[in-house]
Design a protein around this ligand. Structure first.
Ligand code: CA
Length: 341
């Protein structure tokens, strides 16, 4: 259940000291170009006495930028004198991936958000996951992991949380989702791990911590709309927790919440080729409606393969690159949200 081994990562900041502290997690990594060096993963901690702790993470995937920018802004603008409790900010969680603008780490090719809780004796990305699991998440009352679609997906900006078995925790997750104030949100059946592993949010939920995330845009770029939602959302979450006073709450519209369940919410490429999208994020579609044509210019006499939507829904995201392989995800649909699951 808990991560009891000690992380090897050194930490510049003292989580129990009042005021603003900035520094690095020092993850020692010997390479061809740096024999004795460390990877400097920036961390910011603001604390003012006893109170709740919010943990904000971005750069879990290095090619998702709105969260990184929103958390830089939060780190610079928050006055520790104005808060009650503690805010921990980790803007470039997978630091080598963030520097490279890459989803996965260029050091070990691992996807940070598929290997939680990580391993203190593992590779670079496994050690990052383990530090977050063992040193950051256990200190938090709320965990917010800010994502976007990355290089291969484009989302209409939204917040998200997972269905959890504990009804009280689920009620508090939905309350936090609404407090964040994104115009759209969705609730997914369960956090996606890989194999027996968890996501960052999965570790937090396993500990009974209120956990939410976002998908703020994507296509490897910065969405101005998604960034504005993130900047407002992280501050409104601090108000929701009582870390910032009520006077700091920024008005937001009601969040329209969708549900995301089984495989019929996903459209995959039936063949390899060039993806012609027939719907865009933000559109409402019907079961049986054409979703995509996959063309093969290498055999120009062959007609395109067609993919259809398997259910009615709201287009949360679509694939971004034109070239696609059979099995690539082309669309994700939101459906009706039923609070009982
Ligand atoms: Ca992501």
């Amino acid at each position: 259940m808990s991560e009891t081994r000690k992380s090897r990562v050194l930490c510049d900041v003292d989580f129990d000291r009042d005021g603003r502290q900035t520094g690095f997690l020092r993850l020692f990594h010997s390479s061809h170009v740096s024999a004795y060096g460390f990877l400097p993963i920036p961390i910011v901690v603001l604390r003012n006495g006893e109170g709740p702790t919010a943990l904000f993470v971005s750069g879990n995937h290095g090619d998702e930028y709105e969260g990184q920018l929103a958390l830089c802004g939060l780190a610079q603008s928050l006055d520790p004198e104005r808060i009650r409790g503690r805010v921990i900010i980790l803007p470039t969680a997978n630091y080598p991936a963030a520097l490279a603008g890459n989803r996965v780490s260029p050091v070990d090719n691992l996807n940070l958000n598929r290997i939680f809780p990580g391993d203190p004796d593992g590779s670079v990305t496994e050690q990052i996951a383990y530090f977050i699991s063992s040193e950051l998440i256990p200190r938090a009352d709320l965990v917010c992991d800010l994502h976007s679609g990355g290089s291969s997906l484009l989302y209409t900006p939204c917040s998200l949380t997972n269905h959890v078995a504990d009804p009280d925790l689920f009620r508090r997750q939905i309350a936090a989702l609404r407090a964040f104030g994104a115009p759209l949100g969705y609730v997914q059946g369960r956090a996606q791990g890989q194999g027996g592993n968890l996501t960052l949010g999965g570790v937090a939920e396993r500990r009974g911590i209120v956990t939410l995330g976002t998908e703020l845009g994507g296509a490897g770029a910065v969405s101005a709309e998604g960034l504005a939602i993130a900047r407002r959302g992280v501050r409104n979450l601090l108000v929701h927790l009582g870390i910032l006073p009520e006077t700091e709450r920024e008005p937001a519209e009601e969040t329209r919440i969708y549900g995301l369940g089984g495989q019929d919410h996903f459209v995959y490429a039936p063949e390899g080729g060039v993806f012609e999208p027939l719907a865009e994020p933000g559109e409402t579609v019907r079961a049986g409606q054409p979703a995509a044509r996959i063309h093969t210019p290498e055999t120009p006499w062959a007609p395109p393969a067609e993919a259809v939507f398997a259910r009615d829904g709201f287009v949360l995201c679509k694939r971004q690159p034109g070239r696609t392989l059979r099995g690539d995800c082309l669309y994700v649909l939101g459906g009706a949200f039923t609070p009982s699951g």
